[in-house]
Design a protein around this ligand. Structure first.
Ligand SMILES: Cc1ncc(COP(=O)(O)O)c(C=O)c1O
Length: 486
């Protein structure tokens, strides 16, 4: 490690805390190849001794790099440079541009451009988060689009309200109130271009660089990217069967400014935040004056029982920002989602949304408003629930028949993906890479983990696969997965 960087290369800029200087140096070493993909880092104790730093400083820096997706912890073997870093590095480098261009960027620009995108290939079988695009009622959508273009005033083609088209905001408020128990009127709704933009606006408007923010571990990489882009200090908090451990959050970072959480259906484990934890989270947020970003990304698809009502409906202190998207229920290319904000934040958010892109596309918003108000949305979701329930059952049945003991699926009550558990000790990243070579896009569970070592598993998106495709993909898996341990 001395050969990679030394106490000298960590610089003497005493205004930046040492753990951040070490994190920056480690990041650079991964990006420029001094730390090769797959390389194992020395134990934190050793590294601390070699560099003359405290072990906590090293643990903080390494934790940050794990959270950013450069390093990963593996069960009982240590911390490694992620094997997909060359790809990410190439992407990040291409995004940042050649060295000369990098020199032109602000430090914020460099930070934003280097955030790993983590995008999966959404066309592949088993890629999570992709709805059944071929089931979308395109003819109906085309008719509504044509009606909007023919009947609405020409002003519909002009710039609209940055906060969003009012009839759409009304339809969203009615929908989230009835379906999710969210307390909102149209004035609190901000239409955004995808939940990702919602996360980006939240991070930029509410966080100072260096502010601590809790993230779920494992959790959604897109949220990490948005928070990291705003310079937040990510504090990974473990998730168990009852969801985010609020107790651990309070212990690790009692004064965090923000928390990103998927209470109704965790991504990707599928658990629900229990009521005692919901109450504990709200109580903490109120006392700490922290914001809770409730990411309710796929609550439409619950197969067993009814989804737990939104956390936002329990919040009496105005600390919860509710985030919903049409990417799962309709299609991701629509890029329409919404934030339900505490009233005091609405005008600032709307102003910034206007400054960023002058508001979401007007014609699409008008079409979506009709789609919701005329009952097509509810009908489509009901129909898709049946389609997805069948596909999920097909996957579970096929896996039981062909993969038993090698990949055990935990059905979960909701969502467009399930977790398939691999036998203890399996290397899920290597298995996912082997599946990828056979054209299957199931990411390893370890890719969602930040600092935690989880049981190895695969995340399997099934919604976009027809039953025949599921059967054929499971046959391929049976050829690739290591044979059953005796
Ligand atoms: C948990 C979670 N939040 C937010 C999003 C982003 O959705 P959008 O397509 O609206 O940006 C996703 C997409 O996969 C997600 O899984």
């Amino acid at each position: 490690m001395r050969a990679v960087f030394s106490p000298v290369s960590l610089g003497r800029d005493s205004s930046t805390p040492m753990h951040r200087r070490l994190a920056a140096e480690l990041r650079e070493a991964v990006l420029d190849g001094r730390l090769a993909p797959g390389a194992r880092l020395p134990a934190s104790r050793e590294l601390a001794r070699d560099l003359g730093l405290s072990r906590n400083t090293v643990l903080d820096a390494v934790g940050q790099l794990v959270a950013e997706g450069y390093l990963e912890g593996r069960a009982r073997s240590g911390t490694f440079v992620r094997s997909d870093v060359p790809e990410r590095t190439a992407r990040a480098r291409r995004a940042v541009g050649p060295p000369a261009a990098r020199a032109l960027l602000s430090s914020r620009g460099r930070r934003l451009a280097a955030v790993p995108s983590g995008a999966e290939d959404a066309r592949l079988p088993f890629c999570p988060g992709v709805p059944a695009l071929d089931e979308f009622p395109r003819a109906l959508w085309a008719r509504l689009t044509s009606a909007v273009l023919r009947r609405e005033p020409a002003q519909r083609l002009n710039y609209g309200e940055a906060q969003g088209y009012r009839p759409l905001r009304e339809a969203i408020a009615a929908y989230v109130g009835a379906a999710r128990g969210v307390r909102a009127d149209a004035d609190q709704v901000l239409v955004v271009s995808g939940a990702q933009q919602g996360l980006d606006l939240v991070a930029r408007l509410l966080l100072e660089p260096g502010d601590p923010a809790w993230i779920e571990d494992p959790g959604y990489a897109g949220a990490r990217a948005a928070l990291q882009g705003a310079g937040a200090r990510l504090v990974p908090i473990p998730v168990d069967g009852e969801g985010l451990s609020v107790h651990e959050g309070r212990r690790r970072s009692p004064r965090a400014r923000l928390v990103h959480v998927c209470p109704s259906h965790h991504y990707p484990l599928g658990c629900t935040l229990s009521l005692p934890r919901r109450l504990e989270l709200l109580e903490w947020a109120k006392a700490a004056r922290a914001f809770v970003v409730e990411d309710d990304f796929d609550s439409e698809f619950q197969y067993v029982g009814r989804p737990a009502p939104a956390l936002q409906g329990l919040d009496t202190a105005g600390r919860v920002l509710y985030l919903g998207t049409f990417s799962r229920a309709l299609f991701p290319g629509l890029r329409l989602a919404y934030l339900v904000l505490p009233p005091s934040l609405v005008s600032a958010f709307a102003k910034v949304k206007g400054a960023v892109d002058q508001g979401a596309p007007g014609v699409e918003q008008a079409v979506l408003a009709r789609f919701l108000a005329d009952g097509h949305f509810a009908r489509h979701v009901r129909r898709m629930r049946v389609v997805y329930r069948e596909r999920r059952a097909e996957l579970i049945g096929q896996a039981q028949r062909h993969l038993e003991g090698r990949l055990d699926i935990e059905p979960g009550a909701a969502g467009l993906q399930v977790v398939g558990w691999l036998p203890a000790g399996a290397d899920d990243a290597a298995i996912a890479a082997a599946l990828r070579r056979r054209g299957l896009g199931a990411p390893p569970l370890s890719a969602f983990a930040v600092t935690r070592t989880l049981r190895p598993g695969l995340v399997l998106g099934f919604a976009h696969m027809r039953p025949a495709e599921i059967r054929s993909a499971v046959r391929t898996m049976a050829e690739v997965l290591p044979s059953r341990p005796r």
